[in-house]
Ligand binder design. Structure first.
Ligand code: MRU
Length: 354
C-alpha cells in the first residue's frame, strides 16, 4: 500500500485527511506544496514525513530556474521551509540532513545532475525505510504470543511509512504467521488516525480490527482482552524515553498496571541520541480547532479553553522493548540504543541487546 508516488517530476500524495471517506491523490509540483501537505497532515507519520520532505527538496531542485550560483541557496531555503513544518518527529530532520549533505557534496555546475543526485538519495531513503519496516516486522512478530490480541494507537502503518509500517508492520508479519487473533485500534482523538487510517488499512488487508474509543483501552485491559500493546514512535531519546501520539503515555501506564508487554517499533532514523531524555523533545502544539469541531460540527462549548498537544512522552521504564531493524533493544536503553546505533546494517541483525 503506497501512500505516495514519485512520478519523476512531481510527488503524488494520498490525502490522508479524506480517508476513509474518499481515496484522493494530490499532486505536489513544488516544495511549498509538500510543506503545506505536511503541516495540514494530508501526509503524516514520522518515517513518511521524512520521505516526502526529501522529495520536496528534489522538487525545489527540479523547479529552480534562476542563475546557477543562486541555486544552492534556493534549495537550502526549501530545506529550511520543510524543516519548519512539524517539530517532533526526528525523521524529518534526519532525512533533510541527508539531502543537505548531497547538496553540500555537489560540485558540478549542471543543475540537472544535482537534481538527479537528490532524487537518487530520496529514492534510497524510501527504499531503506521499506526494508527496515519488513525487518522490524519479522523481529517483532517473533516476540508475539500465539493468537494474541493486540492494542495499537494512532496509525503506525503503511500510511505512516514507506508502505508497510512499524507497529502495523509487526502486526502484518504476525498475522501472516497466524499469531494475531484481533487488533484493537484506539480512535486517537482528535484527528482519529486510529479509526480512520489504522482501521482502514488493516481491514483492507483482511486483518480483523475493532475500533475502540481512547477511553475504553484501560477497561479492555482490565477485562483481560488485551495481550500486548504495540505502538510506533516519533522520536526516541538516548535514555529510551519515547515521544509518540498523545495518549500513548496513558496506554503505557495502563499496560504496566495490567502487567502487559508494551512494545515500541521504530526504525533507527527515529532514534535521536543527541536528545538526552524525553523532557528535551519539543512537543508540537496544534490548532485548538482540531478539538473544537469535526467538520462543521461544534463539539466544545465556545467559551471553554482547549489544549491540544499532538504528542506525549512515555518514560523508558514503562517500555518492555524497542524493536528496530537492527535488533530489539531492552533496558537499560542508554546502553542498548547506543549499541544498536553503532552497528553497521546487516551486522548481528536480530540480536537482542541489553
Ligand atoms: O501526528 P501524526 O499522525 O503524524 O502522528 C503519528 C504518530 O504518532 C505515529 O505513531 C508515529 O509517527 C509512528 S509512525 C510509524
Amino acid at each position: 500500500m503506497d501512500p505516495i508516488r514519485w512520478t519523476g517530476k512531481s510527488l503524488e500524495i494520498l490525502d490522508q485527511t479524506l480517508l476513509p471517506d474518499r481515496v484522493e491523490w494530490i499532486e505536489c509540483r513544488s516544495y511549498d506544496q509538500v510543506a503545506e501537505a505536511i503541516v495540514n497532515m494530508r501526509v503524516r507519520g514520522a518515517p513518511l514525513i521524512g520521505i516526502v520532505a526529501a522529495y520536496g527538496v528534489c522538487l525545489a531542485a527540479l523547479g529552480y530556474s534562476g542563475p546557477r550560483e543562486e541555486e544552492m541557496a534556493y534549495i537550502q531555503e526549501a530545506i529550511t521551509t520543510l524543516a519548519n513544518t512539524r517539530p517532533t518527529a526526528v525523521n524529518l530532520f534526519w532525512s533533510l540532513e541527508r539531502m543537505r549533505q548531497v547538496l553540500q557534496g555537489h560540485t558540478a555546475q549542471d543543475g540537472q545532475e544535482l537534481a538527479s543526485r537528490l532524487i537518487q538519495e530520496a529514492n534510497r531513503i524510501w527504499q531503506e525505510d521499506l526494508e527496515a519496516s519488513r525487518r522490524m516486522g519479522e523481529l517483532g512478530a517473533d516476540l508475539l504470543p500465539p493468537r494474541c490480541r493486540v492494542l495499537t494507537h494512532c496509525n503506525a502503518g503503511a500510511l505512516a511509512t514507506s508502505g508497510y509500517g512499524t507497529a502495523l508492520g509487526v502486526i502484518r508479519a504476525g498475522f501472516r504467521k497466524g499469531k494475531i487473533q484481533r487488533v484493537f485500534a484506539d480512535e486517537t482523538r482528535p484527528l482519529l488516525q486510529g479509526a480512520r487510517l489504522t482501521a482502514w488499512e488493516l481491514s483492507e488487508d483482511g486483518i480483523p480490527v475493532t475500533v475502540i474509543t481512547d477511553g475504553a483501552a484501560c477497561h479492555l485491559m482490565g477485562l483481560g482482552q488485551v495481550d500486548v500493546v504495540i505502538v510506533g514512535a516519533d522520536r526516541v531519546a538516548a535514555n529510551g524515553d519515547v515521544a509518540n501520539k498523545i495518549g500513548t503515555y496513558g496506554l503505557a501506564v495502563a499496560a504496566h498496571y495490567h502487567q502487559l508487554p508494551f512494545y515500541v517499533v521504530c526504525p533507527l532514523s527515529t532514534i535521536d541520541l543527541a536528545t538526552g531524555c524525553g523532557q528535551d523533545i519539543t512537543i508540537e502544539q496544534r490548532d485548538e480547532g482540531e478539538v473544537r469541531a469535526i467538520g462543521n460540527k461544534l463539539l466544545v462549548a465556545p467559551k471553554a479553553g482547549v489544549y491540544n498537544p499532538a504528542f506525549d512522552v512515555t518514560p523508558a521504564h514503562l517500555i518492555t522493548a524497542i524493536i528496530t531493524e537492527r535488533g530489539v533493544a531492552k533496558p537499560p536503553y542508554e546502553v542498548s540504543l547506543a549499541g544498536l546505533m553503532q552497528k553497521r546494517p546487516g551486522e548481528s541483525a536480530g540480536e537482542r541487546i541489553g
